[in-house]
Design a protein. Structure first.
Length: 268
């Protein structure tokens, strides 16, 4: 289960961090970026506590994920230091570097996953699923943080909140499409794969599979529509509250998906 926690927290951390450059530094101020960078570093440290240490004989891709994650955390630490050393700089170079390295670690995690999967495409599908989860759940968390700043500073322009809402909405659509593609692929390969090691009659009636679909895929789609509309109508309190619900749904869905990956070898 520790591996599932590592995947989820890593995806949330670097998915949210990747959206930071969308926010204008001059408008939101240094405090917004300092608080968020600190939060992302703490969640990254939490993910690090669950990061498995590769064996000396592990494959290159496994070591690649390990190295990329640590490089991302070093860049994230440098980003935090830069923000505190000079309050007038956004330190975007460090932010972009940490985001790129972190997302590379997320994608590499799909290929390095120690869970036995059917040959070939499933690892690519898992890597894409990891990236989609980072996009959706990360943007939900980032939307919460941005929304809170509007509660503190009501005179902020609404364009950044609208942009983050749309990014979240597009992510939910992409994640839903990818979910369908992965399930079709698993259904097609099920006859030549062991029972319980991908889709099977046992998996179809598994309650947790449907929890993942309902809570982690369908619910965020509906919430995304309401968030986009609330932002468009400049109802920042409604949008922020909905981002809370969306983040809870997405994080719960991701945790169920990664637990099923570890326990049942399902790519959800």
């Amino acid at each position: 289960m520790s591996l599932a926690f590592y995947y989820v927290i890593t995806q949330i951390t670097f998915g949210a961090l990747a959206l930071t450059p969308l926010i204008p530094f001059e408008v939101f101020g240094a405090s917004f970026f300092r608080v968020n960078a600190g939060i992302f570093f703490l969640t990254g440290c939490l993910a690090w506590s669950w990061l498995p240490v590769p064996a000396p004989t592990a494959s290159t891709v496994v070591w690649g994920e390990f190295v990329l994650f640590h490089a991302a955390m070093l860049a994230l630490a440098a980003y935090n230091l830069a923000l505190w050393r000079r309050k007038d700089t956004p330190a975007l170079g460090y932010c972009v570097t940490a985001s790129a390295l972190g997302m590379a670690a997320v994608v590499a995690g799909g290929f390095a996953c120690p869970v036995p999967l059917s040959p070939g495409w499933q690892h690519a599908g898992l890597a894409a699923s990891f990236a989609a989860s980072a996009w959706v759940t990360g943007s939900a968390l980032f939307g919460m943080l941005v929304g809170h700043w509007y509660l503190m500073k009501p005179m902020l322009p609404f364009e950044p909140l609208i942009l983050v809402s749309r990014v979240f909405g597009l992510g939910t659509i992409a994640a839903a499409v990818l979910f369908g593609v992965n399930q079709v692929g698993q259904l097609l390969t099920a006859p030549v794969w062991a029972l319980g090691m991908a889709w099977s009659p046992v998996a179809v009636i598994d309650l947790f599979v449907w929890v993942r679909l309902a809570v982690g895929v369908l619910a965020p789609l509906g919430l995304a529509y309401m968030i986009v509309e609330s932002s468009r109508l400049r109802a920042n309190m409604s949008a922020t509250g909905l981002f809370y619900v969306a983040f809870a749904a997405c994080a719960a869905g991701d945790l169920v998906a990664r637990a099923l990956l570890v326990a049942r070898h399902l790519v959800l």
